[in-house]
Design a protein around this ligand. Sequence first.
Ligand SMILES: Cc1cc2nc3c(=O)[nH]c(=O)nc-3n(C[C@H](O)[C@H](O)[C@H](O)COP(=O)(O)OP(=O)(O)OC[C@H]3O[C@@H](n4cnc5c(N)ncnc54)[C@H](O)[C@@H]3O)c2cc1C
Length: 641
Amino acid sequence: MARCHVAKFTDDELGMKRGITRRDLLNGMLVGGGAAALTALPGGAAHASSGHGGGSAYPPSSNGVVGQTDAARTVGHNVTFGGADTGPARDLREHYDLVVVGGGVSGLAAAYFYRKTFGSRARVLVLEALADFGGHQHRNEFRVQGRTLLSNGGMVNLDSPDTWNSPSLNLMEDLGIDFAKLAEGVDTGYYTSKGLGTGYFFPEESFGADRLVTRGATEALSALIARLPLSETARADILKVENTTEDYFPGLSDADKKQRLARISYADYLRRHVGVGEEALVFYQRRTHGLWGTGIEAVPAGDCWGTGLPGFKGLGLEPTPYNGIGRTPAMSLTTTDEELYYFPDGGATVSRLLVSRLVPGVFSGRQTVESIITAGADYGRLDRSGADVRIRLNAMATDVRHRRGTRGPVDVSYVSGGKAYRVSGSHVVMACWNSVASYIVPGLPAAQVEAMRYGVKVPLVYARVALRDWRAWERAGISRVTPYDTFWDSCSLATPTHQGGYESARRSDQPIVVTLSKTPNQPGLPITRDQHRAGRRQLLETSFSDYEREIRDLMQRALGPSGFRASKDIMAITVNRWSHGYAYEYNSIADPVIFKPVAEQPFVRARRPFGNITIANSDAGAFGYTHAAVDEAARAVKELT
Ligand SMILES: Cc1cc2nc3c(=O)[nH]c(=O)nc-3n(C[C@H](O)[C@H](O)[C@H](O)COP(=O)(O)OP(=O)(O)OC[C@H]3O[C@@H](n4cnc5c(N)ncnc54)[C@H](O)[C@@H]3O)c2cc1C
């Protein structure tokens, strides 16, 4: 279990036993029959949270733990590693031109590109293990006091499109996505304009009493640092990191400095070169969680410089990538685009648009970028016999093999509802994760299997909490809480969006979504991939009640003095659990192979076509972004021509 402290309040005081979902369903407060505009299936969401899986005929409105649930994981692991008897696969006598394994954006884009390449009469089946399409592009919906609240359950931002390749840019154009318009709908400056800043929460367990130190929206960082409940030395260290103009590598060229930074961690750079003590390092420890899932002791200093973390001003580095830099910092250095591009449901709208183009009828009529945001979806129409494209949810592929050698049709077995089935395809695109593909495609060359298992996906948890209002936040003068060394990495009011007739809360007496994130890991394990494995174990051992208690406890302690009452103010909780989150991105400390030519790196060996089976997914680019997932889909389809 990954808890960092014991909850200060009792479960009763936190409202743990309040049974929000059932009670609120009775009151019609969550999405349900009352949300017919959004759920084309009447009453489709009327399933109470069980805390696990939260099954629903309309998955975006499921509460409890969603995302990669135990149910989906167990099927895959049991069938692949033994222990499950699903009987012989029943041959459904369904043959498709293309079978796609994995219904994330990469799989959906592969289906879309295939039909563009092979013609719109091509028949395609997409198999998806989870209860929803879109993979990490997952949408959360709540309904509170008559308002629908949307949020991203996973992927949020279409990052730096000025660095994208043509397949991703062309797909966005085909879908009608106008980046400039998208950015207009994200009101990044809203809370600052209301004078709301950030609160740093220091827990009683380490600081003797709970303290929320707030920084006003326009207040200088130095003023905040002066108030932090840390030793004078630690405060001076933090000030130094933020303001230093010293060149710690005098006499070295730009290239040599960058190579030095590539070979030490950010923690070591701060410790050894900037001279920061251990107490101040804690202040920075989680700064790298959001991008890489590990702390500063596991991320190269060069990658931190590339993404704008403090402490490097005096080195006078040219803002250009270098051999060994990670792909995310390389993107940060290359882009000149500072905008955020997301929908009220993050990037889930991209998957919804793809589905609307692939399977007419799931969304009524021809959907535009604007109309689809509040459009209902009929999940019952995703997999209709006779349709050219079918998307089969809750279907975990377990065996993908050519009928003969590495030519001709490919048989694909999958498990659904505890039973095994078989279909076939002239072509197959594996748009699931590389590690999965390595187990379920027998006959792959050993070197390719090894390459596919090299990366370890980053585990992440995004919790979404529907509040009936955010007056306590306004009274506290903040829109976000940064907890200091506790369970959650961050906790914020969702950034307001207005798009396609959807408006998030602008007034503090209106319901709102709070977003919390956690990237479990085990600091100190020398190999980043082992940290992700350890983090995944923690994530899987943490129950919904544990997450819920940590959510309520943090918010009560940080905002209680401003009038927040967890037992009354929290209306619903959805925990999006991504045990297999971001694609693994190589870094220059853990992966010396990053210094080799790209063609020699494992992810390139891993994506070689195998007969009529090709490999998509963001793992195939070792780059956890939507544009990588889409570009890899385009390549995988091209390889089939
Ligand atoms: C919390 C989070 C936040 C993110 N934020 C951003 C962001 O802001 N911007 C950005 O660009 N990217 C972000 N990403 C990265 C994200 O991974 C990509 O943007 C993209 O959505 C990945 O798509 P994919 O199709 O490659 O993988 P996935 O979304 O993982 O899709 C693969 C699908 O395959 C399915 N599958 C696996 N095995 C099987 C099987 N055997 N049979 C059938 N189906 C199977 C899985 O269930 C999954 O749905 C984020 C990721 C996470 C987890």
